[in-house]
Design a protein around this ligand. Structure first.
Ligand SMILES: *Cc1c(COP(=O)(O)O)cnc(C)c1O
Length: 387
């Protein structure tokens, strides 16, 4: 073998039988081969297990998919390059021209854009209500055939808690699928409800480090089987290196989620008692309008705390810029704390009535609470409030 051949066919260093790595390696390979055409065809026809081309599947990404499916309590999972990609592909894969979808004012902004702009271009119709309008949900579902209801809980940024049992029941009674973006609650929550499809951003709690993006669709087998052919041709399969980092992050998911939630609870209590704050939104506060529902439905109320400042948008801007330990940026669920100023939260696509229903005011600030010492975070918030 000449050296130009050697560098393209390097020595095999697979561990011998019985000798396994404790951590699965990153299969950074686009292609997988069988020795024969017939073995390749058997795998491609789904008659034998295996891998062929990374855009369809890869063992590292597959390990993450199987882990997430078990965490959320469903049969299978498709991992994607971002959370919005998981949402876009789910919505594209489950709808066709003439279908109707129901979604909410409180839905994540890019998801509203997917439904109102992208799906609309393909003739998929929609109705947008407030997540609090259960009578409206029932009316819409009773009055027009609906393919799916897409919702979130707790919602962004003011942590409204959706009545999952009611919404799933209404959807199913009227022949619609219930699709939940469960990013805020996490993989260990809401699995006991009859949700048909969970979508997640893996960019948030999954790794916790804020250095990698990903998304996931988690559902029962028949739905994943229906979605899979579109996924492999739309071409946003999660890269194995990103999958490895997310899989590694999941090792500490439960302790991070609980410790950050404990911090968030303390911070919410501090904010609720502060004279500059008119209202603190956190599902773990007894003053939260759906506190009883949150207690029943959630194991842990999560790490996003938002609040309204009495003195409105300029006070909120000053507060957000005055924090030293909180990064002024998007996202949530990372081990470092983050703040979003109201100027950055705004939804320019709302009518004044929809803006009112969204619950976001000129002085609404959103905090994502990390793993720092709770006392340090409270001191920082106190100084930024001018205390
Ligand atoms: C961040 C987020 C997304 C989008 O996820 P990306 O990974 O940023 O694409 C979707 N839904 C919710 C609720 C989110 O917070």
């Amino acid at each position: 073998m000449k050296k130009p051949t050697l560098v393209n066919h390097p020595p095999d260093v697979s561990p011998p039988p019985g000798n396994q790595p404790v951590i699965a390696p990153i299969y950074q390979s686009v292609k997988f081969e069988f020795e024969t055409v017939d073995d390749t065809l058997r795998m491609l026809r789904g008659e034998a297990p295996g891998y062929f081309y990374m855009r369809a599947s890869n063992p590292t990404t597959r390990q993450l998919e199987l882990t997430l499916a078990q965490l959320q309590g469903r049969d299978d999972c498709l991992a994607t390059a971002s959370g919005v990609n998981a949402i876009a592909q789910t919505l594209l894969g489950l709808t066709k021209s003439g279908d109707h979808v129901l979604f909410f004012i409180e839905t994540y902004g890019p998801t509203r854009n997917i439904i109102r702009r992208l799906l609309a271009r393909f003739g998929v119709e929609h109705t947008m209500l407030s997540i609090e309008d259960l009578a409206g949900i029932e009316n819409v579902l009773a009055s027009r055939p609906t393919r799916l209801v897409f919702f979130e809980s707790p919602t962004n940024p003011v942590t409204k808690v959706a009545d999952i049992e009611r919404i799933v029941d209404l959807a199913h009674r009227h022949g619609a699928l219930a699709v939940l973006d469960n990013t805020f609650a996490g993989f260990h929550q809401h699995g006991e409800y009859g949700i048909d499809v969970f979508v997640h951003s893996l960019t948030k709690y999954a790794s916790g480090t804020g250095d990698v993006m990903g998304g996931a669709v988690i559902a029962r087998q028949d739905l994943i089987d229906d979605l899979r052919p579109d996924f492999s041709v739309l071409g946003a399969h999660l890269d194995p290196h990103a999958a490895f980092l997310i899989q590694r992050g999941l090792k500490t998911y439960f302790v991070r989620y609980s410790a950050q939630t404990a911090n968030a609870q303390k911070i919410a209590q501090f904010l609720a008692g502060h004279p500059a704050v008119t209202r603190c939104h956190y599902p773990g506060l007894s003053t939260h309008p759906q506190f009883a529902l949150a207690r029943k439905q959630m194991k842990e109320p999560g790490t996003v705390v938002s609040f309204d400042l009495r003195d409105g948008s300029e006070a909120a801007r000053k507060f957000s810029e005055g924090l030293k330990l909180f990064a002024l940026t998007a996202s949530l669920g990372s081990t470092e704390s983050l703040v979003m100023a109201p100027q950055l939260i705004g939804s320019r696509d709302f009518t004044p009535e929809q803006a009112r229903q969204s619950g976001v005011t000129a002085g609404t600030v959103r905090l994502s609470i990390g793993l720092e010492d709770a006392g340090d975070l409270i001191d920082d918030i106190d100084q930024a409030l001018g205390g």
